[in-house]
Design a binder for this molecule. Structure first.
Ligand code: GLC
Length: 537
């Protein structure tokens, strides 16, 4: 049986052993009563994050923005939206986080700005404006229709007509998010300087948004129809984005951005990737490792929760990792339904067990540590533009963006005002305060698991070996380092299973179970959907 990462890695970088935690800032903690989370709110909750045990916080965009895509439409790359605070508050957040050994990661949105960004406002004034070429303008076809058939990621044409100057501009997402022209060196300089602005302030890294769209093929050819059953069809596309995503020149820009990060010590470069199969992650790592430190691996986001499927995805990924490349896993974020809903509530702790015991960096999404599920939002109350534009598809992102549930006070302690999205109905039972008081809560399960991951080299830097043949519906693997031997076994099924480990150990004992069972010996019983972490003697 093949063992991965046999010898561990000496001199690990901080991010290789870190547990990352994504905060969707509008929904984490409001401190002003306007119903929207803010930076002071995050400061007020830093001790919670320390207690949870995470090391780094990635905060979705907090920059000035008209909020057409809730901050992913940036109107100024070098300031803070007044709704979230100001630069002084941000500096305080950074200082308070660093004082607690927490790293702060911001979100960089390079593909497009807001249509209210001064660059675009200038660009659209005339065809000969100095900023004209900062965006992508094209003439209509002779019949007045858009220059080609490209469609927006959120549905509808990727071109919008601008009557003032009589041309179309390109937007890979909303019309309010015009694509910047990264073939223009002035754009590249300006955007690199925006990164430096924050890195000089002490930000520990960036998650880079939607990089796949950064460069479009310069032939501007039509995209072909999507093949049935493919990745892009699953994302609701009718065209295969052959000329609009993952172009070779895009990866060159990943490398150039990487050099900006390398001007500063100890920063982490994280990318939102999009690939059909796991080998597509390789160019995002770069060769020799000059791309992303953490090219987000979303392969488990879309998997079925079956032991064999999940095992195959993990194996395929470990098999293709470039030399020195460090793995990572993601199960949830602000763009996809919560895994407690996707995979079934009965499996939500097993997902955490997997995420936090695999070899590779885990990124958690706020509220998953409480077992939060999607909150149903009726069409009339939806605010996410994707959910509104494509109501027939199940892509609306409001359900996974609802307010954090802190306690049983009104609005779950999130706000004293009217929350921007409804709070889940169950908040009086499911919240941080109630779960802290319950030794067997999901929150306490996460705290123990993160603590184990941080304290055991076997988990954060140990060898990884699948253990096959223990039984149906089971996924098992060993993690080993410095003479420490651990075994993880997940039961994906709804039958209890007994496993016999006598070929591996003379005596094992439970370190943690999703069901808080305690067993020892060489045979172990797993309840339906139970997962266990064992110390092997
Ligand atoms: C990324 C973000 C998503 C956003 C889109 C456009 O996919 O994660 O939330 O809508 O880019 O910026």
């Amino acid at each position: 049986m093949k063992t991965y990462h046999l010898h561990g890695t000496p001199n690990l970088k901080w991010w290789q052993t870190a547990v990352f935690y994504q905060i969707y800032p509008r929904s984490f903690q409001d401190s002003t009563g306007d119903g929207i989370g803010d930076l002071q709110g995050i400061i007020n909750r830093l001790d919670y994050l320390v207690d949870l045990g995470v090391n780094a916080i990635w905060i979705s965009p907090i920059f000035p923005s008209p909020m057409a895509d809730f901050g992913y439409d940036v109107a100024d790359y070098c300031d803070i939206h007044p709704m979230f605070g100001d630069l002084a508050t941000f500096d305080r957040l950074l200082a308070e986080a660093h004082a607690r050994s927490l790293k702060i990661i911001l979100d960089f949105v390079p593909n497009h700005s807001s249509n209210q960004h001064p660059w675009f406002l200038e660009s659209r004034t005339s065809r000969d404006n100095a900023k004209r070429d900062w965006y992508i303008w094209r003439d209509a076809k002779p019949d007045g229709s858009p220059p080609n058939n490209w469609i927006s990621m959120f549905g509808g044409p990727a071109w919008t007509w601008d009557a003032t100057t009589g041309q179309y501009y390109l937007h890979s997402f909303l019309p309010e998010q015009p694509d910047l022209n990264w073939r223009n060196p002035d754009v590249v300089d300006a955007m690199h300087n925006a990164l430096r602005f924050w890195l000089q302030r002490g930000v520990d890294g960036f998650r880079v948004d939607a990089i796949l769209c950064l460069i479009k093929h310069d032939s501007f050819q039509d995209n072909p129809p999507v093949e049935p059953g493919t990745y892009w069809e699953a994302w609701g596309h009718i065209l295969e984005p052959r000329y609009t995503v993952n172009q070779p020149e895009m990866f060159e820009h990943v490398r150039l951005m990487r050099r900006v990060f390398d001007e500063f010590a100890d920063r982490v470069h994280i990318g939102e990737t999009s690939t059909e199969d796991v080998t597509g992650l390789l160019p995002y790592y770069g060769r020799p490792l000059d791309g992303y430190d953490i090219p987000f691996n979303f392969k488990l986001l879309h998997a079925n929760w079956h032991a064999a499927t999940v095992r195959q995805i993990i194996e395929d990924y470990y098999d293709i990792l470039p030399a020195g490349g460090w793995p990572n896993f993601v199960f949830g974020n602000h763009d996809i339904h919560r895994f407690a809903t996707r995979y079934g509530y009965q499996n939500h702790r097993s997902v955490a067990m997997l995420l936090l015991t695999l070899w590779g960096i885990p990124t958690l999404y706020y509220g998953d540590e409480l077992g939060l599920e999607d909150v149903f939002i009726p069409l009339a109350q939806r605010v996410d533009p994707w959910g509104i534009k494509m109501p027939e598809a199940d892509f609306g992102r409001d359900p996974e963006r609802t307010p954090m549930q802190w306690d049983s006070s009104p609005n779950a302690g999130f706000t004293s005002g009217q929350p921007w999205l409804p709070v889940a109905n169950d908040y009086q039972q499911r919240n941080v305060a109630s779960q802290l008081a319950d030794a067997h809560s999901t929150l306490n399960f996460y705290k123990t698991l993160i603590q184990l991951r941080r304290s055991r080299p076997a988990l954060h830097n140990g060898a990884f070996t699948f253990v096959d043949g223990l039984g149906d519906d089971l996924l098992a693997y060993r993690r080993e380092a410095d003479g420490q031997r651990l075994l993880v076994c997940l039961n994906f099924g709804d039958q209890a299973r007994t496993i016999d480990l006598s070929h591996l150990t003379s005596r094992a004992a439970t370190l943690l179970s999703t069901h808080f069972t305690q067993q020892s010996g060489t045979t172990f019983m797993l309840q339906p959907h139970e997962s266990i972490l064992l110390q092997l003697g």
